[in-house]
Design a protein around this ligand. Sequence first.
Ligand SMILES: *Cc1c(COP(=O)(O)O)cnc(C)c1O
Ligand code: SF4
Length: 414
Amino acid sequence: MNEQKNDQGAEHVQRLTEYIKPYIEKKKQWQPDLSHLDLKATLLKNLGGTEKDWTSWQWQMAHRLTTIDLIADLFNLTEVEKQEIESVTLHHRMALSPFLAAHLASMESPLAKQFLPSVLELKHFCDGEPDPMNEGHMSPVPHITRRYPDRVILKVTNVCGSYCRFCQRRRDHGSTDHHIPKKELEPAFEYIAQHEEIRDVLITGGDPLTLTNEHLEFIFEKLRQISHVELIRIGTRMPVVIPQRVDSGLTELIKKYAPIYINLHVNHYMEISPEMKSACHELLMSGAVLGSQSVLLRGINDSDDVLRYLFQSLLAIGIRPYYLFHAKDISGTAHFRTSVAKGVQHIKSLRGFTSGLAIPSYVVNMPGGLGKVPLLPQTYLSSLEDDPILFQTWENKTVSYPNKTLSSEVITDD
Ligand SMILES: *Cc1c(COP(=O)(O)O)cnc(C)c1O
Ligand code: SF4
């Protein structure tokens, strides 16, 4: 009897090991690519910078590549390829930090696909909408978007360290960089102060960490003066595209105005460079609470294993995956979108197969600004009123679950 039990146990463990084997094998091939070290030297030479310049986030911002010329040289693009990209940048500008350019690895890499202009953007120019979330109409005062009862978005800049081609706020990128001056933010602070129900302010942009520490402190100070604001959140991609941004001035601010919740936008494990890791370590040590959001992107991270490795890698450096967004219907970005069914399938591939902490909520944003709808794989096959309820487990086993509660239980004498 006992022997039989042991056999079953061994079989069970064997099955669990088999589940994970192919992934373990695949993961071994995903070792970091260090070829960017050569590119860094070439970029510094071309941009006339020093090793010290490289470590300055202001230098990185000021030397963002806004034309394809240098990249065309680095990756030996043909004249036709170069001209194609140039024609796209006429419609939608490009900007790529030297740090990111050094990490591109190839023209087909997940990073290149996210940040380099593609002719597909022109092909899909007429699909989708410039502002499907209707942010323009959900703004009670300039720079605030209010879609929910107790929280708002505060947009403080249109500037990013590098521009993602699929950005939901592409319409804001325009042709010039513009931080919202302090004075122009006053009505937003007044609005928040006058609405005691607003307890959560999400500072976004653009990328708020492109502001100077002094400008950021002004915003933190204003918000901390409002007693009903409990939560200050920041959405940023700077630790990925210009990790140098996490300087001692910033970590001091995070300590001073704690707790600051920082949500990092990360879509692929290739974005987790040693520099990004150490920036996140600094943020953690300063007491920031770190989460992540990712966008599900066709040909970039729409793979069970790539997503699993991304979320596990984030968790391993203290970042809790928060949202996986379904890509929105933005003009010029149709080539990035997958189906919703595929998104749900990816989430299903994670549940049970890895730490629950590594699984974000998969969220579809409703058009017209009607909010986020989370989607879960189907976990019950009958009505929840049924007795028993039929549940489906992570291994697709159907389980009959007695659905008895005290109120409906018939209590008999014997
Ligand atoms: C996403 C979003 C928020 C924050 O939503 P959470 O689910 O609380 O993270 C707040 N306001 C707007 C307008 C949003 O789009
Ligand atoms: S960092 Fe964020 S706001 Fe900036 S381009 Fe990328 S997705 Fe858009």
